[in-house]
Design a protein around this ligand. Sequence first.
Ligand code: DOR
Length: 449
Amino acid sequence: MTTLAIHNGRVIDPALGQDGIADVVIVDGRVARVGPGEGEMVVEAERIDATGLVVAPGFVDLHCHLRQPGFEWKETIASGTRAAARGGFTTLCAMPNTEPPLDSRAAVESVLKEVDSSALVRVLPLGCITRGRAGRELAPAGELVASGVVALSDDGDAVSDAHVMRQALSYSTAFGLPISQHCEDPELVRDGQMHEGWVASLLGLRGRPASAEETLVARDIALAEQSGAHLHVAHISTAGAVALVRAARARGAHVTAEVTPHHLTLTHEAVAFRPGEGYRELHYDTDAKVNPPLREEVDVAACVEALREGVIDAVATDHAPHAGNDKEIEFDLAAPGISGLETAFGLLMSLVHEGSLSLPDLLERLTAGPVRAWRLDERSGLGGLGTLAPGAVGDAVVLDPEESWPVEPERFASLGRNTPLAGRTLRGRVVATVADGRVVHRLETVGAL
Ligand code: DOR
């Protein structure tokens, strides 16, 4: 029997509406007891002193890229899950834009095999919507479900053909599977490089308009409503798209949405300007190049407000690691994406510190919110995910909401050093992470008792 006791922290479990000082006892990978003094009752245990710290369920990420197989120089399942542990994430839903793409049972099974041998935290793969992510014919959804995928997505690209998307949504109802759509119409995006707005004009870069996202969200909501399917809007980024999701949900449509830490905190100005420099110098920061692009203040405000209301169910990182030579090139040629697992919590805490979001609400959108949105509990067969209820999987994080730390990409566990936050100081840190009852990350400063 292995026992872990986390002592005397402020335990916030949004699923149970719990917020108070308590100990968390995890036995053989499952939460056994939560309550004041419970840790004292166990004799033989590994111990973490969480006095003055916050304890919450492990974070659940509906959207990340682990790159294996096919792009192991950008990330592997081992390095990506190590980055996850440092960021407090204990469950990762991994996108299928690997090489080969996860559009067959064999491909999914080979990933699950690698997960078994090298992952530090839980990985739940997604399967492709279409064969080869080519957008033309459906991938075998039944076979993918049988192999264990938790949702379908061609993320990185939208399914732009309306007929194919209609078929995909309609088929998905047979399995109750979420269809996670990358909502950017390629015909409107063309070769756009960043958000269409004044910064793009200043830099002389072609823009990706907000309407590229909004027209696709509107179309897909209509298609989902007609079939009764579950549409999930991946990385929502515009005020207009948020309004569409809000209205669809008010009508009772089965539409869920996620937003990334970067779309909640950064604007298109991050591409051209650095904090502290004002508008003196102009940059072409490829580390701020991401799809969908960083938008405008009004969009950021709409996303934050919708997250607070629960119209957006979850924060998802869209962790998209790339190698140096994918980014240290001309802006037009640079790969889009931000390596986000390790900075997510610190960046999101800026919303709490500025008073836009409460800490319990933020933690809900990182735990119970994503689990509920995709019914991950039932789908994964695990039972008790995203909560510290007795019997739940023993996933927990210990957080210091006040600790400030510098973002040093060269010290990331992720192979992807691509972050526009390099050199910035974040306030809020994951000091320990427990996955399945095992300590998978722990800063030296965290006491043992
Ligand atoms: O910026 C992005 N990068 N957006 C995506 O949707 C895909 C991702 C990637 O795979 O690099």
